[in-house]
Design a protein. Structure first.
Length: 271
């Protein structure tokens, strides 16, 4: 559609500028990750680009080091626990915010969103000090709960957005046919919310697996997650092993997104 007052040439020029900016932004976002993955297969013993050869040596070394393997399992545990907490807390909260008929729905939304607006370092420090005051030491449980609080807004916003697009007449029809509120919720609402719930679960899992800003203050000494080990590697070595760890984290995120795409399709998330 032409913009009023602009010539066809100006329209094409504006569209071309928008496309160029979008491509440049995409390159800036994707290129660093691609370069890291390429470096992880380099044959040299130090980080350099472009690589001189191709080898799986650094990935073999990654899975040969027990410390790194243990940190992977810790990150997987944290990711799963964060996901479960966000589903259990986020879905009912989204229902309350979108369908609630009580005073304070706006305040509830703001309360849920507030931790996500705070820098993770600030939240992690606050949780560390609060835990010290009540005698709770850093652990995998404290780390999981803290990250869940930090990313709960992602689940709430994803499910709320889906709820706002649902046709209320579907639930009303089920009620008119004799279904109880619980039956209507279980048979109509939740199946329609499943794509949004799964999408929110993927995003919260990836954040729980990769989070550094909160985890650095709340992880236990014996429950060091992979991002913390990666930070230690960056400080102590310059080998492509660092890139291999980063490549593994990127792979986990891609696999999670592909799982959603294969199961429900990414195009159904916002429908």
């Amino acid at each position: 559609m032409r913009t009023p007052g602009l010539s066809p040439f100006a329209d094409r020029l504006a569209i071309g500028a928008i496309i160029a900016v979008a491509i440049a932004a995409l390159i800036l976002l994707v290129a660093p990750s691609v370069i890291v993955v390429i470096i992880s297969f380099d044959t040299r013993g130090y980080v350099s680009f472009p690589p001189e050869g191709f080898t799986f040596r650094w990935y073999r070394e990654l899975f040969a080091q027990s410390v790194l393997v243990e940190s992977m399992w810790n990150s997987l545990k944290v990711g799963v626990m964060v996901t479960i907490l966000c589903i259990v807390l986020g879905v009912p909260t989204a229902l309350a915010c979108a369908r609630g008929r009580f005073r304070g729905t706006t305040a509830l939304s703001v309360f849920v969103m507030a931790p996500h607006m705070v820098p993770g370092i600030v939240l992690g420090t606050a949780v560390l000090f609060a835990g010290a005051l009540i005698g709770v030491s850093p652990s995998i449980w404290l780390q999981s709960i803290s990250i869940a609080v930090f990313v709960l807004a992602v689940m709430v916003r994803t499910v709320t957005s889906r709820l706002q697009r649902l046709d209320p007449s579907l639930e009303e029809a089920a009620t008119n046919l004799g279904a109880t509120s619980f039956q209507s919720l279980a048979t109509i609402t939740f199946p329609l919310l499943l794509p949004a719930i799964l999408a929110g679960a993927v995003f919260t899992f990836v954040e729980g697996f990769d989070n550094l800003s909160v985890a650095i203050f709340t992880h236990g000494f014996r429950d060091r997650p992979l991002p913390i080990e990666l930070l230690a590697l960056v400080q102590n070595t310059s080998s492509p092993l660092v890139a291999a760890v980063s490549g593994f984290q990127i792979l986990i995120a891609i696999v999670a997104l592909l799982a959603v795409s294969a199961s429900i399709g990414l195009d159904k998330v916002n429908q």
